[in-house]
Design a protein around this ligand. Structure first.
Ligand SMILES: C[S@@+](CC[C@H](N)C(=O)[O-])C[C@H]1O[C@@H](n2cnc3c(N)ncnc32)[C@H](O)[C@@H]1O
Ligand SMILES: O=C(O)C(=O)C[C@]1(C(=O)O)C=C[C@@H](O)C=C1
Length: 250
């Protein structure tokens, strides 16, 4: 995983009790601590970033684009640039948080990989996509309103060349209450082991409740197959954090 060159500030956002916990948003306060927050919150994050770059390299095609939708600080874009061996591949990161885009541009500018990376501020729901061989949404679809998800996935399918892939990483819910609760407990243990208190875990959970809506893995798979993808497969999972990819037939 490309190291963030400026050492990230520690995430202390939910340390103090808040009388009213606001909905989570990718604002300046979150941007400042984001590398620390995501590393301590998402099991396997560094492995996923590296694996996405390696997987993208297997499907990248010259003279196409590779999209990183919901790019945050550019970790996926940089991993793809690091692993890509194909000529004339342009990596395009898109995010609708101006605070993220501004910081992401600085990160990307501090690297010098052969494949160019451009960063754009836009809402991916109404962003027009050009011909691409790989599209990645790493922990982003969960923040898109459910009513927009089918159309967004269909748009990504249309933009892919035959043989192209969509890589999605998502926090999922399990279809069985007792199993779901056990896996959520393991995730919370992971957070506690990374130094988060019960108060931090519970306030963050409240903040995310209305903005991060989770699907079951079976719903993701069904949606992608219904749209026309030839096959869908999980390549990484730890607890309720899954990364999977779907291929468009030739
Ligand atoms: C959990 S972060 C993604 C992490 C990042 N992909 C990584 O691997 O480090 C979700 C990102 O999606 C962005 N986002 C959420 N909704 C969006 C939308 N409608 N259009 C574009 N970006 C969006 C947020 O601003 C945020 O930066
Ligand atoms: O479930 C959580 O507590 C999370 O923090 C998850 C999650 C994510 O999956 O995107 C949510 C918001 C932050 O961007 C980092 C991680």
């Amino acid at each position: 995983m490309p190291e963030f060159k400026n050492k990230a500030s520690p995430d202390t956002i939910y340390q103090k009790p808040q009388t009213k916990v606001d909905d989570f948003s990718f604002n300046h306060q979150v941007v400042d601590v984001f590398p620390d927050m995501i590393e301590r919150s998402v099991p396997g994050y560094a492995n996923i970033i590296d694996g996405v770059g390696r997987l993208a390299a297997k499907f990248a095609v010259p003279n196409t684009l590779i999209y990183d939708l919901g790019c945050s600080l550019g970790a996926v874009s940089l991993s793809i640039a690091k692993h890509n061996r194909q000529p004339n591949v342009q990596i395009v990161g898109v995010d609708n948080s101006s605070a993220m885009v501004e910081r992401c541009q600085r990160h990307v500018d501090s690297y010098n990989y052969e494949s160019p990376i451009s960063i754009t501020e836009a809402d991916i729901v109404d962003f027009k996509l050009d011909k691409s061989s790989v599209i990645v949404m790493n922990f982003t679809l969960q923040f898109i309103k459910p009513k927009f998800r089918d159309a967004l996935m269909a748009k990504l399918f249309d933009a892919l060349v035959p043989g192209g892939i969509l890589i999605l990483s998502e926090k999922i819910k399990l279809g069985h209450a007792e199993m779901d609760s056990a896996i959520i407990d393991l995730h919370h243990d992971f957070k506690r082991e990374n130094g988060y208190s019960n108060l931090e875990i519970s306030q963050k959970r409240t903040a995310l409740e209305n903005v991060m809506i989770l699907d079951e893995y079976s719903s993701h798979e069904k949606r992608l197959l219904t749209i026309g993808f030839e096959a869908v497969s999980i390549w990484y999972q730890q607890f309720n954090f899954v990364s999977f990819f779907a291929i468009k037939g030739q």
